[in-house]
Design a binder for this molecule. Structure first.
Ligand SMILES: CC(C)(COP(=O)(O)OP(=O)(O)OC[C@H]1O[C@@H](n2cnc3c(N)ncnc32)[C@H](O)[C@@H]1OP(=O)(O)O)[C@@H](O)C(=O)NCCC(=O)NCCS
Length: 441
């Protein structure tokens, strides 16, 4: 007998909503010098290639700082940095061009692999590189001539999108041309975030040697707003060999420029990219423009996910059973918390307009997201809704969360205090306790 691999099946099913969500989106990757030099680079590249096969449009910007440093040291050529920019004089620039060219060919070759028994078996990726970014010289700053160091002047978004729409992967080198026919060396982090912003990419993704941004207690911080990320940036050592500060700065800049989410994931944890993109909680750090969570009115399309949330609590007898048909009829009574397209919290308001009161029901938070104050958000939203309807108070019936509602400002009531219709249907066997809260209108 062959046995079912239930873990695999369950993981695949759970990743399905993310596959649907990411399809057709544009992701800009920054492959830093460090990631390219890491022993997991082949797996990183093949994981990126898997994304392309799932219908995600890919732009890869690569960096080569460490490889350039090594090549310059080998040639005994010294360069200086000023304001985080390497000053590329004529001698160093010829070495920089050679190193960048080498790396570009290496990345293209790795993206072209299709060996049997590898994740890339059968994949045929078309890789396109070209003059999609026009550079301009940095020029002279504080009396220092930056020679062949440049910055982005213009990104040919139309040209890049043309390639992406045809299923091609666009690889961008940090050596870019100018309208005068010269070429310039650009900072790859600045280039990647500018490309992500101009393309209005859905994600900017970069790698670091850690699981993400680590807090003072050694835990990975799963999500940060740009301002919070800036605080972490201040603590990171710019000269740290891992240079996480540079990647974080680019991630923050991308978000501030309009990219909804920037991710920092590990290149040393094999497969971290896939876990970050195809699981609810990810594994690295994401910098989000807006909160990844949203409290909103529920819609018919939320019912599947809503049922997934409340079913275990119904089975445990904590919530009363609500069949799909009932939820469909009553969906306008529900507010939900949505995270990554999934419902992680719910609450409902059943109004009794004549009695100017309403029942708060089906308050539920997914077990992974409890104790984060989310129920307050839901109850506040329900209270606002009730006020708009002209209701003066809300009540709740509960068997096991009496103390929770007392702490939220509810006071005990009796069956006689309920609206007539509710009173007539009160289930005396269930022995639910009743709590009221007055709304100050
Ligand atoms: C009750 C529930 C909605 C709270 O969600 P939440 O997001 O954790 O809520 P908050 O973060 O605002 O508050 C959490 C606090 O309430 C407490 N709490 C949770 N359930 C409780 C209960 N049954 N009795 C007493 N306190 C409770 C938690 O211990 C926590 O306290 P702490 O922060 O001191 O540890 C969630 O636990 C849940 O979904 N429970 C199952 C469904 C349910 O019982 N619903 C209510 C019946 S309508």
């Amino acid at each position: 007998m062959r046995t079912l691999n239930t873990e695999l099946i369950s993981a695949f099913r759970h990743s399905a909503p993310y596959i649907t969500m990411h399809r057709g989106q544009t992701f800009v990757f920054l492959l830093s010098a460090e990631t390219i030099a890491d022993r997991h680079i082949d797996n990183v590249i093949s994981d990126i290639a898997i994304l392309q096969s799932l219908g995600i449009k890919l732009v890869i910007v690569f960096g080569c700082k460490n490889q350039i440093d090594n090549a310059l040291a080998d040639a005994k050529v010294k360069t200086r940095f000023y304001k985080r920019i390497r000053i590329a004089d004529t001698r160093s620039f010829s070495i920089i061009k050679r190193v960048c060219g080498d790396i570009q060919y290496n990345i293209t070759s790795k993206l072209s692999m299709g060996l049997g028994n590898t994740p890339m078996q059968g994949l045929r990726l078309s890789v396109v590189s070209g003059n999609f970014v026009t550079a301009k010289p940095v020029g002279v700053i504080d009396g220092i001539d930056f020679c062949h160091s440049g910055t982005v002047r213009r990104v040919d978004t139309e040209g890049i999108n043309f390639q992406l729409d045809r299923g091609n992967v666009v690889v961008l080198s940090p050596i870019c041309v100018s309208v005068t026919g010269e070429s310039f060396s650009l900072n790859s982090e600045d280039l990647a975030s500018r490309v992500a912003i101009d393309l209005k990419a859905n994600k900017f993704i970069t790698f670091c040697p850690f699981q993400g941004i680590i807090d003072d207690e050694g835990h990975v911080v799963p999500e940060l707003f740009p301002d919070q990320a800036e605080e972490y940036l201040k603590k990171l050592d710019e000269d740290d060999v891992s240079s996480t500060a540079r990647y974080l700065r680019a991630a923050i800049a991308s978000c501030r420029g309009g990219v909804p989410r920037s991710h920092l994931v590990s290149h040393t944890d094999d497969g971290a990219l896939l876990q970050e993109l195809f699981t609810r909680d990810g594994i690295g750090t994401q910098i989000v423009k807006d909160s990844a969570e949203q409290v909103r009115q529920a819609r018919i399309s939320d019912i599947g996910s809503l049922m997934e949330l409340i079913k275990p609590m119904e089975d445990a007898g904590i919530l009363i059973h609500r069949p799909r048909e009932l939820l469909e009829l009553q969906i306008e009574h529900y507010v939900i918390i949505e995270r990554d397209g999934m419902v992680i919290g719910s609450a409902a308001l059943y109004p009794y307009i004549e009695e100017k009161c309403g029942e708060l029901a089906c308050v539920a938070i997914h077990p992974n997201y409890r104790s984060g104050g989310r129920s307050d958000l839901l109850i506040e939203t329900i209270e606002q809704k009730a006020r708009k309807m002209g209701l003066r108070k809300i009540f709740v019936l509960t068997t096991s969360t009496a103390h929770f509602f007392l702490e939220k400002g509810f006071v005990p009531g009796t069956v006689d205090d309920l609206p007539k219709k509710k009173r007539d249907n009160y289930n005396y066997q269930r022995k639910s306790k009743i709590f009221f809260k007055n709304l100050d209108n």
